[in-house]
Ligand binder design. Structure first.
Ligand SMILES: [Zn+2]
Length: 199
C-alpha cells in the first residue's frame, strides 16, 4: 500500500468538520505543506531555516496546560509539531532545501510529485475538464459503479478511490463506470471517442 492508502481519506483545508487524526490536508486538490508554527514558543528558533512539512489533520495538538491549539500537524510528528495555517503551499511546489526530511514527510513529498505527474497526464489525456467540466483532483467525490467514494491517490493513469462502504481502496479507470461530483451535480464520465471511428 502507498502512504496515502495507509492513511485516512484526505480532506480539503477548508473542511469545517473534524477529520480523523493523520488525514492528509489538501490544497487545491493536492497534498498541502505548511511551515512550523513557532509563535507559541517562548524563544522560537528564528535563525535556522524553517522546515516545511506535509500537513495532516491532528487531534492531538495541545498546550502543556491541555488547551487545544491548531488542527494541522506535521506528517512526521502530528501530535508534536503544529503548523502555521496562514500560508499554504502545494507540497510539490516546496523547494528541496526547505523540505522536512523525516520519513513520513519525505514519503508524502514523493507522493505529491508522483500525483502531480499522474494528474497532469490524466487531465490532459482524458480531457474531462473540457468534455464534462470536471477537474480531476485528490479529495474529489466520485461514484464508481454507483458506489460513492473519494479520490485518495493516483496510480499511473488510474485513480485510487476509497469507497464509503469499503475501507480497502480500489484502483479505477478515469472514464469506466465513473461519475464525478461536478459544480452542478453528478456528471457521468464518457470514454474518449475512438480516434479511428471517423478515419
Ligand atoms: Zn516533517
Amino acid at each position: 500500500m502507498t502512504p496515502m492508502e495507509r492513511r485516512p481519506t484526505p480532506v480539503d483545508n477548508q473542511a469545517k468538520n473534524r477529520a480523523p487524526h493523520g488525514s492528509p490536508i489538501l490544497w487545491g486538490g493536492e497534498l498541502a505543506a505548511l511551515q512550523r508554527d513557532a509563535s507559541f514558543y517562548h524563544r522560537p528558533n528564528t535563525r535556522s531555516a524553517k522546515a516545511t512539512h506535509v500537513a495532516v489533520y491532528s487531534t492531538q495538538l495541545s498546550t502543556q496546560g491541555g488547551g487545544a491549539l491548531g488542527h494541522f500537524g506535521a506528517a512526521c510528528a502530528p501530535g508534536e509539531i503544529m503548523l502555521n495555517e496562514d500560508l499554504f503551499f502545494a507540497a510539490e511546489e516546496v523547494g528541496e532545501r526547505a523540505r522536512c526530511r523525516r520519513r513520513a514527510c519525505e514519503s508524502l513529498f514523493a507522493a505529491a510529485r508522483r500525483q502531480r505527474g499522474d494528474l497532469d497526464h490524466i487531465r490532459s489525456y482524458y480531457g474531462l475538464e473540457h468534455r464534462i467540466g470536471v477537474r480531476v483532483e485528490l479529495g474529489l467525490r466520485v461514484q464508481h459503479e454507483g458506489h460513492p467514494g473519494t479520490i485518495i491517490d493516483t496510480r499511473g493513469q488510474y485513480l485510487v478511490v476509497r469507497l464509503d462502504d469499503e475501507p480497502a481502496p480500489v484502483t479505477v479507470h478515469a472514464t469506466s463506470g465513473m461519475t464525478y461530483q461536478g459544480k452542478d451535480g453528478w456528471v457521468r464520465a464518457v470514454p474518449l471517442p475512438d480516434p479511428y471511428a471517423s478515419v
